[in-house]
Design a protein around this ligand. Structure first.
Ligand SMILES: NC(=O)c1ccc[n+]([C@@H]2O[C@H](COP(=O)([O-])OP(=O)(O)OC[C@H]3O[C@@H](n4cnc5c(N)ncnc54)[C@H](O)[C@@H]3O)[C@@H](O)[C@H]2O)c1
Length: 302
């Protein structure tokens, strides 16, 4: 799509960032949120991000906040929904969205974990239904998972993949609409084992994170696990799996240790304690560290 009309529904953490990326790439973006104050601040938040990143601040002029859903959707080529992670809300919203768009308008949801088939099942025209799972912050993390449903047409997948590649993202085609898609399945397989190591008193939480950050975490951004398996040899990988897999956590339920943290009100940074304790200074330092790392990675990509 040369200069497309994009409608972003939801102007929260993800929505305003997604709008920013499309606008910076030259598209016209209408943004809608049902919460007036969020909509009113969307452009300011985008402008602040653009300034902070040293990106073209004129991009914000291509973003138009709309307090009326129908107006936001008028003539849209592509709609991406980023409202609260609530299935009935998303279903009802897409039923409404479909009433205001052309038959060929592609409809995407940025849900983190809800199956796209559940969200989109009520659509009259389901060949244009697709998932696009962005990562936070949308303007710094390159991946967008493009999730195909059993009804999604090949053309919808192809257009969505190209649209995101053209705006500088790294789209990944998820061929089946499985819970967690690709990224969160991989991420939470690792988190399950990380919790289990602490729960079984193999080491403390800080040590789990230190081990990852000082070892394979260093390589992960440039060496995926399957590249790594080929690097060391599939025969060695098989030999390791034969010994290690029987001992790795395989519970299909959340860990009792995690359940207890939550029950005890140890909710992580927001309560000052989770797997470890967090002073406000430590929280601030961690957030800065992550942001600086992501900015540096983006600069390296450029
Ligand atoms: N936060 C993340 O790291 C992340 C990453 C990937 C995907 N997601 C997904 O993106 C979506 C949005 O997440 P977020 O973190 O931006 O949440 P958020 O709470 O920051 O934003 C959600 C926005 O939706 C708005 N909203 C609620 N009901 C609405 C309606 N009926 N119409 C229009 N707007 C409505 C709210 O006012 C709010 O501004 C969720 O589905 C979430 O799972 C989040």
């Amino acid at each position: 799509m040369a200069r497309a009309r994009i409608a972003v529904i939801g102007a929260g953490l993800m929505g305003h960032g997604i709008a920013q990326v499309f606008a910076l790439a030259g598209h016209d973006v209408a943004i809608y949120d049902s919460f007036e104050q969020t909509l009113e601040t969307a452009k300011d938040r985008i402008l602040a991000n653009l300034k902070d990143l040293g990106d073209d601040q004129n991009a914000v002029n291509r973003v138009t906040p709309q307090s009326d859903l129908a107006a936001a959707l008028r003539d849209a080529d592509y709609v991406v929904e980023a409202v609260l992670e609530d299935l009935p809300l998303k279903q009802q919203l897409f039923a409404e969205i479909e009433r205001h768009v052309r038959p060929d308008t592609i409809l995407a949801s940025n849900t983190s974990v809800i199956p796209i088939t559940s969200i989109m099942q009520g659509l009259a025209k389901r060949d244009r239904a697709v998932g696009t799972h962005w990562w936070n912050p949308p303007f710094l993390v390159p991946l967008v998972e493009v999730i195909e449903t059993p009804w999604t047409s090949a053309a919808t997948v192809a257009v969505t993949m190209k649209l995101h590649a053209d705006i500088g993202k790294k789209p990944a085609h998820v061929k089946k609409d499985v819970p967690g898609f690709i990224g969160n399945r991989l991420q939470h397989a690792l988190w399950r084992e990380a919790v289990s190591l602490v729960e079984n008193d193999i080491c403390d939480a800080e040590t789990v994170d230190a081990v990852i950050k000082a070892s394979f975490g260093r390589r992960l951004a440039v060496l995926g696990p399957l590249e790594n398996a080929d690097l060391v040899g599939t025969d060695l990988t098989l030999a390791i799996h034969k010994i290690v897999l029987p001992h790795i956590e395989d519970s299909t339920a959340p860990s009792p240790y995690l359940e207890k943290l939550v029950a005890d009100g140890k909710l992580g940074m927001k309560s000052g304690q989770g797997f470890q304790t967090w002073t406000p200074e430590q929280q601030d330092a961690l957030r800065k560290r992550v942001l600086n790392h992501l900015k540096q990675a983006r600069a390296n990509d450029a």
